[in-house]
Structures are given as structure tokens and as C-alpha cells.
Design a binder for this molecule. Sequence first.
Ligand SMILES: [Zn+2]
Length: 351
Amino acid sequence: MDPHSIELPRNILIGKGILDKVSNVCEELKISGKPLVLTGEHTKGVAGERVRKSLLDVDPDTQMEIVKEASKKEVERLDERIPMDIDLIVSVGGGKVIDVGKLLAYQAKIPFISVPTAPSHDGVASERVSLKDGEVFHSLKARVPIAIIADIEILRNAPYKLIASGGADVISNCTAVNDWKLAKEKGEYYSEYAAALSLLSSEIVLNSAEMIRKKEERGIRNLVEALISSSISMSLVQSSRPASGSEHMFSHALDQLKFQAGVNKSLHGEQCGVGSILFAYIQGQDWEKIRNGLKTLGAPTTAGELDIDKDMLVESMLKAKDVRERYTVLNEKPLDKEKALDICRATGVIE
Ligand SMILES: [Zn+2]
């Protein structure tokens, strides 16, 4: 591979009651000027306002904007609304708010601070964002956060469905890395270090599943650290490769079908977890270990738990290979409807 530069966060703060430390982090990193806080409708009261107050030390006129959805359209809307003289974007919220902030900061060439309020997916420290306009899915380059402030108390109090989804997203790294190994045989760049870090994150969540389920502080901390490490594994290679393989392509295909059908109950990580059971089976991996881990975590392991029917599930498996140009087990073991159904039954994903 040609020389490549690796962009990583400079400051990762994990602890309890640390939302008020945002201004201290700015001071340490010598960030001054005019910050803008982005937050969500629900996270505004829990965390957004606290972060804005902390930033009044940096600029007494710090403003806050609400992010409504993670789409290119929303990025354009906010881009028009926010003043030209902003020097820093601080996203306080879930995946949507973080992704939109990351892209806005990248476009404006200013630093970005990430304050996640739900451990629901592993995009927190990566340089990629996933946006969706209707059924059109975009994976775009964006700004790696200069700092991440992960308040365990806030993250622990997020709805459990979001926590389990984050755990499932990291567990699914094991199938992503296996796909990457197959691609390596075809000459694709492969980083032993990034792959090992991604797999380690997956193992830690599998081993902490019970503690996470009980919302024990150590479990939540392990999950948050695993999400950040998984994210960093992607930053190391400037690609989502270490944490996104056939199981993620399945999830994106399912997103498209759900949009067409007007249903939208299951979350990204939940879908990737179920995808990981299915594609681990195809890869000849220990799919039962993945399924058991997801069950312990309380994440979905069946089509019913994802609230989709078997036809939509099978169609997503078949469509997965067309989602993006990425070499996976699907290039080596193509699926047809019959095979996909057999795999769903063998793994108990459909009864
Ligand atoms: Zn993911």
C-alpha cells in the first residue's frame, strides 16, 4: 500500500459526570473561537444543553442546533443555517447527530468533538459517515473527531435497545474480518493490526455480554471502549473494511427493502448481528458462538425479533452482494433463494 496518513482522536475521555468537561478539553487542545453544538430532539435535554453550558466558557454566545435525520439533505439544510464563522462543531447525541456533525466539520475544515449519548454503533471515531436519503445509501469521508467525550452514566441510561444494538454491531466484526481475509487472498490491502483490533473488540463484547445486559458499569465501559476501538480500526486503514463485510451489506440491503415497504423498527446494529449469524454460517465460522452472544446480550437473533418477514430477510441476503463493490464470501459462495432459506432455517433465524 502507498504511504497513508492515519488520523486519530487526540483525546478520549471516558468516565462518569464528564459532560461539563467539554470546555476543559477545548482548553487542553487549544481550541478557541466559536463552537456550535449539534444535538437531537431527545438528547437536547439530557446532554445537549449541559454541553452548551460548559462551552459558554469558550464563547458566551454558543448556539445549539437540532439535527433531525442523517441525510445529505439535512447536512445541506444545516450548512445553510449555521454561521460562516464557526470554529468547532460539537455533536451531542446518537449516531445521526454524530454523523451529520462529522460531515459538516469536514466540509468546513474545522475540528469536531463527539459526545455520544447512546452506545448504538461503532462510527464514533471513524472517518466515515453513513447517510441515507430515502433508499439511497451514502458512505462518505468525514472528519475524525479530535476528541471523544463518553459519559458512562449518560450512555448507561440510553434505551437498552440502543445499547444491545451497539453490542451487536461490534460482535459482527468477526464476519467482516473473515471477509477481509478472503479479499486479502485476492490481493486487497490487509492490515494485521486493524484486523486484530477489530476482532478484539468483538471478543470483548462477546465476553461482556452478560454484564452489558445487566447494565453494569464495567460492562458498559467495555462496550464503549470496544465501540471506540472498532471505530479506530477503521480509521487506521481509512476504510470501513475491518468492521463491515457481508453482514453489513445485508443490513444495507434490508434498509432499502424496509424503506420501500414503509417499515423501520430494527436498528443498524441489530440487523448486522443477525447478518453475522447468517454469514458466519456461510463462511464456515462458529456461528453458534455469535448467536449465543447476541442472545445473552438481548439482541435479536431471528427475523421475527427484527420485526420482518422471512421473504424480506431472504431477499436482503440475495441483494447484499449488489449493495457495494466489496469482495466477500458472497463472491465465493453465491446464494440462491433455496440456499438462503436453508441457511436461515439451519441457524434458527427463521423457524
Ligand atoms: Zn456497523
